[in-house]
Design a protein around this ligand. Structure first.
Ligand SMILES: NC(=O)C1=CN([C@@H]2O[C@H](COP(=O)(O)OP(=O)(O)OC[C@H]3O[C@@H](n4cnc5c(N)ncnc54)[C@H](OP(=O)(O)O)[C@@H]3O)[C@@H](O)[C@H]2O)C=CC1
Ligand SMILES: O=C(CO)COP(=O)(O)O
Length: 334
C-alpha cells in the first residue's frame, strides 16, 4: 500500500463500495477497507463486490485494504460508511491510528443506538474537537450510484474547506452532482428521520392503502422532521433539500429502499426478525425509530407518525390499529 491515496472509505457494504467506486471513477486514488479480511480478499480478486453490487467492475483507482491501520495511514480524508449502531465502535478503533492532519466524514444515516445522539456528538465525544468533521447525505440508492445513474447529494462540514474538498472529490459533472450545505445538524437529521417514515410508507402500502395515504404520510412525515429539526437548531431551508425532502421521497416511494421493504413485509403480516432476515442488509429505520421517538419525547416534539411506528415495532401494536389511531386524531390546522 502506498501513502498517496486521496481518500479512504471504511465499510465495504453496498453504500461504502458504491461511494468508493464513485470517488475512484473521478480518478481519485481511493482505498476501500472492510472489517472482514476474507471479503476484502474476494473484492480484490474479483474487482467487484458481487455480494452487494453484482456485475459492476471496480475502477482502476480503487484499492482494497484489510488492515485498518494501513487504511488510515494511506489518506488524509476518511469516509465512514458503516451502519449507525457500529459508528462509535469504528471511531474508537480508528482513533489510535489517526494522522495529525486526518479529516473525518461519514455517510452513515441514523442516530446513535440507545442514546439518540447525532453522530457529530458521538464523533466529538470519541475523537475530541481536533479533527474536521463532515457528513454526506441525500437520495442516493447504492445500486443506482454504482451504475453511474444521475444522482445528487449534500455535503456539510464543520470546516467549509473540508466540505468543498469532499464535494470536489465526488462531483463529476456527468452523473454525480454535489451541493454543499452549512447546516451540519439538518443534513445529519434528515437521513435518520426518513428511515422511520419510509417504514411507515411501506406499512401503509403493505396494508393495501393507496397513493393518497402514502403521500399524506410523506407530507406529514416531513412536518415531523421539520419540527424535530427546528428543536435541534437546524436551518429550515435544509428541510426542502436533498438530505430531507429528497431522501424522504426517495425511500418512501421506491422498493430499492430496505426501510420501505421492511415496512411492506410487516404490513403483509411478517414479523420483525423474519422481515430483517429476508432483506439481508442493514435496516437502519428499525433502530432509528426507537432513537427518533425517544429523542422527540425528550425534547417534547410532537411526532405522531413516528410514535405509532414505534408502537408497531416495539410494543406489538398492529399496523392497522396504528393507522386507525392516526386517522382518529382530532382535526387540526395544517
Ligand atoms: N445502501 C444505500 O443505498 C445507502 C446507505 N446509506 C447508509 O450507509 C450506511 C451503511 O449502509 P449500507 O452500506 O447500505 O449497509 P449494508 O448492509 O449494505 O453493509 C453494511 C456494511 O457494514 C459492515 N459492517 C458491519 N459492522 C461493521 C463493523 N463493526 N465495522 C466495520 N464494518 C462493519 C458490514 O460488514 P458485513 O457484511 O461483514 O456484516 C457491511 O459491509 C447506513 O447508515 C445506511 O443508512 C446511505 C445512503 C444510501
Ligand atoms: O438512504 C438510502 C437512500 O438514500 C437507502 O435507503 P434504505 O436504507 O432504506 O435502503
Amino acid at each position: 500500500m502506498t501513502n498517496a491515496a486521496l481518500i479512504t472509505v471504511l465499510g465495504a457494504g453496498s453504500y461504502g463500495t458504491s461511494l468508493a467506486m464513485s470517488l475512484a471513477r473521478n480518478g481519485n486514488k481511493t482505498v476501500l477497507w472492510g472489517h472482514n479480511p476474507q471479503h476484502i480478499a474476494e473484492l480484490a480478486k474479483e474487482r467487484s463486490n458481487e455480494a452487494y453490487l453484482p456485475g459492476i467492475a471496480f475502477p482502476d483507482a480503487l484499492v482494497l485494504e484489510a488492515d485498518l491501520q494501513q487504511a488510515i495511514a494511506a489518506s488524509r480524508d476518511i469516509l465512514i460508511v458503516v451502519p449507525s449502531h457500529v459508528f462509535g465502535d469504528v471511531l474508537a478503533q480508528i482513533k489510535p491510528f489517526l494522522r495529525e492532519d486526518s479529516r473525518i466524514s461519514w455517510a452513515t444515516k441514523g442516530l446513535e443506538a440507545e442514546t439518540g445522539r447525532l453522530l457529530q456528538d458521538v464523533a466529538t465525544d470519541i475523537l475530541g474537537t481536533h479533527y474536521p468533521l463532515a457528513v454526506l447525505s441525500g437520495p442516493t440508492f447504492a445500486k443506482e450510484l454504482a451504475a453511474g445513474l444521475p444522482t445528487a447529494i449534500s455535503v456539510s462540514s464543520t470546516d467549509p474547506q473540508f466540505a468543498d474538498d469532499i464535494s470536489h472529490l465526488l462531483h463529476c459533472g456527468r452523473s454525480l452532482r454535489t451541493y454543499t450545505n452549512n447546516d451540519f445538524i439538518g443534513v445529519q437529521l434528515g437521513g435518520a428521520v426518513k428511515n422511520v417514515i419510509a417504514i411507515g410508507a411501506g406499512l401503509s402500502d403493505g396494508l393495501g392503502f393507496g397513493a393518497n395515504a402514502r403521500t399524506a404520510l410523506i407530507t406529514r412525515g416531513l412536518t415531523e422532521l421539520c419540527r424535530l429539526g427546528e428543536a435541534l437548531g437546524a436551518d429550515k431551508n435544509t428541510f426542502m433539500g436533498m438530505s430531507c425532502l429528497g431522501d424522504l421521497v426517495l425511500t418512501c416511494t421506491d422498493n430499492q429502499s430496505r426501510n420501505r421493504r421492511f415496512g411492506l413485509a410487516l404490513g403483509a403480516g411478517k414479523g420483525v426478525d423474519e422481515a430483517q432476515v429476508e432483506i439481508g442488509q442493514v435496516v437502519e429505520g428499525y433502530r432509528n425509530t426507537k432513537e427518533v421517538y425517544l429523542l422527540s419525547a425528550r425534547l417534547g416534539v410532537e411526532m405522531p407518525i413516528t410514535e405509532q411506528i414505534y408502537q408497531v415495532l416495539y410494543e406489538n401494536k398492529s399496523a392497522k390499529e396504528a393507522a386507525l389511531d392516526l386517522l382518529a386524531r382530532d382535526k387540526k390546522g395544517e
